[in-house]
Design a protein around this ligand. Sequence first.
Ligand code: RB5
Length: 150
Amino acid sequence: MFGKDKKQLVYIGSDHAAFEAKEDMRKYYEEKGYDVTDLGCFNTDSCDYPDYAREVGEKVLEHEGAYGVLICGTGIGMSMASNRLQGIRAVLATDEHYAEMGRNHNNANVLCMGSRTTDIELMKKISDKFLATEFAGEERHIRRVDKMDG
Ligand code: RB5
């Protein structure tokens, strides 16, 4: 949780297609004071997005209240791969509304974005919205989220 005493935990990962965007976003989170951990990739050598989706997803599941941010070329592969982990609810967001609804209605714990589809300034806005939005917590939303995770 993000409060006075405890910084919001963010785990970030990308594949080669989004290495530069991931670097920019990691610096952005550091500047904003989040407790961010970069799980790679660490260069532009070709690599496989499911590996990073799994690493980030596992960290999110290990740390209550943590969020994951996964970036690949389109965000599609990262969202597909991370949503295979039980308990991960990843939203592929191409604008702020998706980020807001993903948090507010679906209690998303992972944000996926595409470096080839979304420019860095929009990524920052999407991410700000994601991190600032609370889960609505109403009974119908809780029930639906529970059905996904059950
Ligand atoms: C890599 O070329 C690309 O396929 C990957 O980054 C991603 O867009 C997959 O969904």
